[in-house]
Design a binder for this molecule. Sequence first.
Ligand code: GLA
Length: 664
Amino acid sequence: MSTRDRARGTIVCISLCLSLALILISTAAVEALDNGLALTPPMGWNSWNAFRGEIDEVKIRQIAEAMVSSGMKDAGYEYIILDDNWMANPARDADGNLIADPRRFPSGIKALADYIHSLGLKIGIYGDRGTATCMNIPQSGSYGYEEQDARTFAEWGIDYLKYDNCNTVGNCISCDYKRMQEALADCGRPIVYSICAWGFQAWMPEVGNLWRTTGDIVDKWDNGSDWFVGIINAIDLNMRYARYAKPGAWNDPDMFVIGNGGCTVEEYKTQFSMWCMMASPLIAGNDLRNMDETTRQILTNKELIAVNQDPLGIQCTKIRDDGDEEVYVKPLSNGDYAVALLNRGEEEALIRVTAAEIGFASRPGYGYLARDLWQHSEFGTADAIEAVVPVHGTAVFRVSQVPVEQLPGHVAFAVETDTVVSAEAGFKFTVHLSNTGLKDVEDTAVTLRLPEGWEAEALTANRFSHLDVGEEAAAVWRIMPPPHAEGFNVVGVMVTYSDSAGARSWSKDVRLVVLPPEGSVYLSDLKPLSTRNGWGPVEFDQSNGETAANDGRVITIGGVQYNKGLGVHAHSEVVYDIGGSFATFAADVGVDDEVGSRGSVVFQVWGDNVKLWESQRLDGSMGPQPLTVDISGVRMLKLVVTDGGDGNAYDHADWAGARLLPRQ
Ligand code: GLA
């Protein structure tokens, strides 16, 4: 972390503590800024998470075009926001007017705004309340230039201003933000005002349309108590201020990291689910020009966007916190509730909530219609809603109270299979069905989606013409992977049926590991369930590098090179679901030679939350330490590297040759 970041972290900590104190002493209702804008949470894209300061007009035009062609505009996204580094260096002309970088924005911001408007979109820009932005571009701050800059923004056709908090003058933060708010109010153009001061303060709802409640987000699930927050840290901070959210005034837990590669798909779905539940601004932060279909589907989930954009504008409340299992509820304008079941834990969890807990008053003759907003399918239930939620995943339902006779049926299903299998023997795969609903259902069918080259032999029927309420059935297959299949694979299961209200379809992906013929599996060939890493992402078959994915080198400890292994940075935690089928974990560990003799760490191996092995404190001057650990019966294998108690500088640690060996 740079000195600037550290200093910023301290300042933020002080201001967070102060604002917390302010909230505690002031109980008076806070008026929201009334500029008639952002009556629902703003939706758009911002350049920072994908490109940092590397922006130019060609790229921004292409992003705007991709916002239209990808379907994001149709889904409701509208602002294209230029973050830091759009300005010239120095940033002002002889008259003190802000000017764009003539090399990267040769046509100027007005022309860019016109183009973005011609696509039916809006444009946002970035400024700073101090003398310079956070990238320290000379004269780029608006301190003392508020009115002039607001006029410039209006002349250019700007629709949204993100106003940052670097290089500040004096110590009246609310005065600085208020001056810009007044300047915007007088500039002759409606401009949404986004306060970026890295933590809530009590005056913010009266001054801005949205305000950051967190430090900067990074592309990680959990970044501990650092100023830079992971997805789960941003949720926790942002929930503290739930009561301040209302039309025109929103808590902002920072932008999406969805699609940027540092988290699992389930973690990205949780970011989207919870930002929708929290009535947070939906600001994408990936390169829209080349996003994959999974990312596109997450960002354009219209049913979840409708929850986010609900006109009541209420942020969800956490109604249950059982440690790893949490339930959040958001009232919606038509009397429905959105209900999110969030699993913070490292094992799949069954989470259940009753209608009374959600907030429904019971009504004779009525039950509940639960629409799953990720599966886009619905079921009827007399009372409780439950779901098996994957590691770091979130299930979201829109629940309505409906007369029992109008409710559809419900066939629940569960898959029974080994999770680690061998290609030669094949394996048995069972789908258990159960009509847990209030109606009989017809034409239930179970179908599988297999990876290429795989075959499934049906051992039982997999279609059932009628299932009574309460009736159970099972469909069983023997699945044969092709001879040389190995590593991580996904088998999709789809269950369809019809009930009085129509056809339903539900699906689930099952993750399987196929053992290679020689019988050991390198961890770097498997996808972890979750990762946490001190700097940059966990690297596979290379050292840590520090920042971007794939920026490492050949793993080397004390001059010994390894082709396979994990390159991490303290503090690091990497979790694998290994299905209880292996006997031994083996690796050579040590600090990578890329940091010379610096760095010192401790390695730990955990199985199902029990510490199985711990190294001595190892530093950069030591050679590789071989280890073998008995992991018989272990399902969740967690590899931890701590900073050895002396801070994490230079702590580049390698799990060289990390592999799982089966029982003999
Ligand atoms: C701060 C903000 C970020 C981003 C950068 C740009 O860190 O919090 O969101 O705007 O500045 O320098």
